[in-house]
Design a protein around this ligand. Structure first.
Ligand code: AMP
Length: 229
């Protein structure tokens, strides 16, 4: 099995993981695997085996049980990476792993395929800024391009810069204060342990996520290119 370049993006909700993943995937030809997106794809399927349970957990801001998350993520990677080894140079794991249990699963899953996590990017943003960011974000309902009322509005009001669509969505779990607080709590109590473990392995690159997205991106690519060599 080819050895891919595998990167984990860690950051609290609103830290910019999605935005940075989008930029990075094009620059390094990586597959962006957003755990939230993979799970959200199952949210609206009325006949889906996992629809009800996924909706329940996402609405509360809690981690979807591992047996479901692991299965869906493994399927996604197998289909998009291992089935066609030439398409991408590697994977951006955006929002996964978020617990030690998930980290151990990922280690095993990758090593079975002759792979490992090569780098972890921690996007650091202080808690007080995160609430502000979450409360202003929205996305194009057609192409998914991400925007923010204050920091990244559409160039023409009400029209998506990327695809011209005029409808936008705000995530339900961004509208619910309790769900937001729960996501922050899980990050502090559970996901920080993942960061600790990767720090012990000496593979963490910490970037200041309060800077402009282009500056954050520059710092990330600079650091990753050093590791990739
Ligand atoms: P995100 O799009 O990363 O903000 O994630 C949105 C929601 O999806 C989270 O609040 C969780 O309910 C669920 N989710 C995302 N990543 C994971 C994960 N690694 N494990 C379990 N649930 C997850």
């Amino acid at each position: 099995m080819k050895s891919f370049f595998n990167v984990v993006l860690i950051g609290a909700a609103g830290s910019g993981k999605g935005t940075q993943g989008e930029l990075l995937k094009k620059q390094m030809n990586l597959l962006q695997m957003s755990a939230g997106d993979v799970l959200r794809q199952h949210r609206k399927d009325p006949n889906g085996k996992y629809t009800k349970i996924i909706n329940e957990y996402i609405d509360k801001g809690q981690l979807v049980p591992s047996e479901i998350t692991h299965k869906l993520i493994a399927e996604f990677i197998e289909k998009n990476i291992f089935a066609d080894e030439n398409k991408y140079n590697g994977v951006i794991f955006d929002g996964f792993p978020r617990s030690i249990e998930q980290l151990e699963f990922l280690d095993k899953f990758l090593s079975k395929n002759g792979n490992k996590i090569d780098a972890v990017v921690y996007i650091d943003v202080p808690a007080e800024k995160l609430v502000d960011r979450l409360s202003g974000r929205y996305a194009c309902s057609k192409c998914g391009e991400l925007y923010h009322k204050k920091t990244k509005p559409t160039k023409v009001e009400g029209v998506c810069d990327k695809c011209g669509n005029t409808e936008f969505v705000v995530r339900d779990d961004d509208k619910d204060k309790n769900a937001i607080m729960e996501r922050f709590k899980i990050f502090e109590e559970t996901t920080k342990k993942v960061l600790e473990e990767y720090t012990n392995r000496n593979i963490v690159v910490k970037v200041d996520g309060t800077k402009a997205p282009s500056e954050v991106n520059e710092e990330i690519t600079k650091q990753l290119n050093k590791i990739k060599k």
